[in-house]
Design a protein around this ligand. Structure first.
Ligand SMILES: *[C@@H]1O[C@H](CO)[C@@H](O)[C@H](O)[C@H]1NC(C)=O
Length: 648
């Protein structure tokens, strides 16, 4: 991976927390699979076009989340002879919004060319209004040359470093005249590197595009575009003729192929990033350690007391005890020993959620591990999406097994329903929402809409691979012995005394949920900006740490809640643990809404629906994930404490 920039601070952290991941933080490497392409001088280097994506407008806010196909009829970009063709892509790449097509640009390796004309287009009123509106709200063109995104050189004022930001503007608003300027000329600057000085083995190591607006009058010759010229604006009351041109400049570069992505991967203020991460890590570790030590001490005392009481009772029977007056009655969590392992309400739903939670948990863990090991470099387009879909599908087995095992342990009887619902309920909800949002995108003629064939592929993978695997897992889960409770459950349920305020469902959920959210809050900001502002996300080292911290916090606070709950003689811990831990997803949704207010300015209805829809979807998955972490840690805890006391 590309963690070069972290190296100094990486060393600081590696010793304590990241022994495994440290080498990845300090070195950059590529895995086989993305082999370099070498070109001879004069050989054609294909330029592919990707979607037109919304970017922050001049006010630094994002005005839209809808992206468009490059060849959307309103843009009228010049097409290659015989029409544009789709370039083969991975499933993950399509799911994550790539729509790569061929283009009419001709780049000949190592040959500078100026003012080549492409085609002439006339924009009529409707099209012009559409394009002008896109320019005003900010959209960028995204091209790929030899797998590298065409970007613009940007200087980070804070650190004084330069980096390449993928994408360049379709047009801009002239601040002096308030005119909307349309870019019709592109200076394509390509950096190339000769492999060990060999003039016949040239590789592309950097792509920059400088778009310009030029109002041509008359025929375009090889020098026409080099002169200063008026800008083009698309008139919304009459037709505007626009001539598209481009120049290509090849610049030799010392950058070698293996490190060509480094310039694209820019960390905005890594110091602040590390600072806030270390900060939250320290707080979380401190909190978890406090919880564990307090809990351990309380438990030790409780267990010692319970066992002493037992001893006294035994002595009583033998008539040898002298001091029974001072000893209190049985109290606290021991009282509910006959009820803690009582089957909770809706065991089927809980088991199905837990199965899916386990599946998500393992998938996320594996994905982050893969990313950390360098398998998911941005040069491998869509690898993140592909690996996630693949892992989720294969791990259906884990989901089925977990759900069946839990259901059997809860003495559930509708095992057929459990087998069927595990692979259908949660993925079904996710797929339906996804499909509905896709309908919105279709209606907007957005390229973000996942094509029908891809949808079909997903449904096929789901039903042909994931569902059978899940059923196989369930079958094994039901064959395995139930996880026996360490204490017997009484016939008649005990009365639950009224609880104090903070242990009531809602306050306890709000209290417990905020801490796991706090652990990932900083990272979430970067993930959100990579999703919505299409920045490249590659800080998997940070992500790995945050995921670990989140799991720890989630487990620790839920266990603490369950301890207090049991002490207050409330034995309905199963759903409480799941829901309380899952509440952190509510905070994530809330965070998304705050992000909406502060960073976005979505004008259209469809944009708002999409944003809320995707936020809900992510929060729902997060709810299942954290809820399951909370439940399983509490289950382990409850089993542990009740098996360590003697019950007659
Ligand atoms: C192409 O143009 C660039 C910029 O003007 C120049 O640096 C480079 O040497 C030129 N390359 C060739 C092969 O002429």
């Amino acid at each position: 991976m590309h963690f070069r920039k972290h190296a100094p601070s990486g060393a600081l952290f590696a010793s304590s927390l990241l022994l495994v991941a440290a080498p990845q933080l300090a070195s950059a490497f590529y895995l086989p699979g993305v082999a370099p392409t070498s070109y001879k001088p004069g050989e054609l280097v294909p330029l592919y076009v990707n979607t037109i994506k919304p970017v922050a407008a001049t006010d630094a806010l994002l005005h839209s989340v809808v992206s468009y196909d490059y060849y959307h009829p309103f843009f009228q970009f010049c097409q290659p002879e015989g029409g544009p063709k789709r370039v083969g892509e991975s499933l993950g790449s399509i799911l994550f919004g790539d729509r790569i097509m061929t283009s009419p640009f001709e780049l000949k390796m190592g040959q500078n060319e100026t003012c080549k004309s492409l085609c002439e287009v006339s924009y009529h009123k409707g099209g012009a209004a559409f394009v002008n509106h896109r320019i005003k709200t900010g959209v960028s063109l995204n091209w790929l040359v030899d797998g590298l995104p065409a970007g613009q050189k940007i200087r980070d004022e804070l650190t004084g470093t330069e980096f390449y930001n993928p994408g360049f503007l379709l047009g801009q608003e002239d601040p002096a005249t308030n005119k909307i300027v349309f870019n019709n000329h592109y200076d394509i600057i390509i950096e190339y590197h000769a492999v060990s000085g060999n003039k016949d083995q040239l590789r592309v190591v950097g792509v920059l595009v400088q778009p310009e607006s030029k109002k041509y009058t008359g025929k375009v010759g090889p020098d026409t575009c080099l002169t200063q010229m008026d800008t083009v604006s698309l008139g919304e009351s009459s037709e505007t003729k626009v001539q598209f041109t481009y120049s290509v400049y090849w610049i030799p570069s010392p950058t070698v192929w293996a490190t060509r992505w480094d310039k694209y991967l820019h960390v905005f203020d890594p110091r602040i990033h590390w600072f806030s991460l270390v900060n939250s890590a320290v707080i979380v570790v401190f909190l978890v350690l406090t919880v564990i030590s307090v809990l351990l001490r309380a438990l030790k005392r409780d267990i010692a007391r319970y066992n002493r009481l037992d001893q006294i009772e035994l002595d009583d029977l033998a008539g040898t005890s002298a001091l029974e007056d001072g000893v209190q009655e049985d109290s606290g969590w021991k009282l509910v020993h006959g009820d803690v392992f009582r089957t909770p309400s809706h065991p089927l739903l809980l088991s199905v959620f837990l199965g899916n939670g386990a599946q998500l948990f393992v998938m996320t863990g594996f994905t982050i591990m893969f990313a950390l090991l360098g398998f998911l470099s941005p040069s491998n387009r869509g690898s993140l999406g592909t690996i996630m879909v693949f892992l989720y599908t294969v791990l259906g087995f884990v989901g089925g097994y977990t759900s069946a095992r839990v259901y059997k342990s809860m003495a559930g009887e509708k095992w057929k329903l459990c087998i069927i619902l595990t692979p259908l309920l949660v993925p079904g909800i996710v797929f339906s929402v996804f499909f509905l949002l896709d309908l919105f995108l279709w209606a907007k003629e957005s390229s973000g809409a996942v094509p029908f064939t891809t949808m079909l592929v997903i449904v096929l993978i789901w039903f042909v691979v994931s569902v059978p695997l899940s059923c196989a897992g369930s079958w094994l889960g039901f064959r395995a012995p139930a996880i026996e409770a360490p204490v017997r459950t009484n016939q008649i349920p005990r009365q639950i005394p009224p609880t104090t305020t903070y242990l009531k469902p809602i306050p306890s959920m709000l209290l417990v949920g905020i801490l796991p959210f706090g652990a990932i809050f900083v990272e979430l900001y970067f993930i959100m900006s990579s999703i919505w502002f299409s920045k490249i996300y590659y800080m998997f080292g940070f992500l790995f740490l945050c995921y670990g911290l989140m799991i720890m916090t989630c487990a620790a606070v839920t266990v603490l809640l369950i301890y207090f709950l049991l002490c207050s003689e409330n034995y309905n811990w199963q759903w409480r643990a799941f829901l309380a831990a899952g509440t952190s997803a509510g905070y994530i949704f809330l965070n998304a809404m705050i992000y909406w207010v502060s960073k976005l300015k979505l004008s259209g209805f469809a944009g708002s629906v999409l944003y809320i829809g995707y936020s809900l979807l992510i929060s729902f998955l997060f709810f299942i994930l954290t809820g399951s972490i909370g439940f399983f840690s509490s289950w382990w805890f409850v089993r542990k404490i009740y098996s360590s006391i003697k019950i007659d």
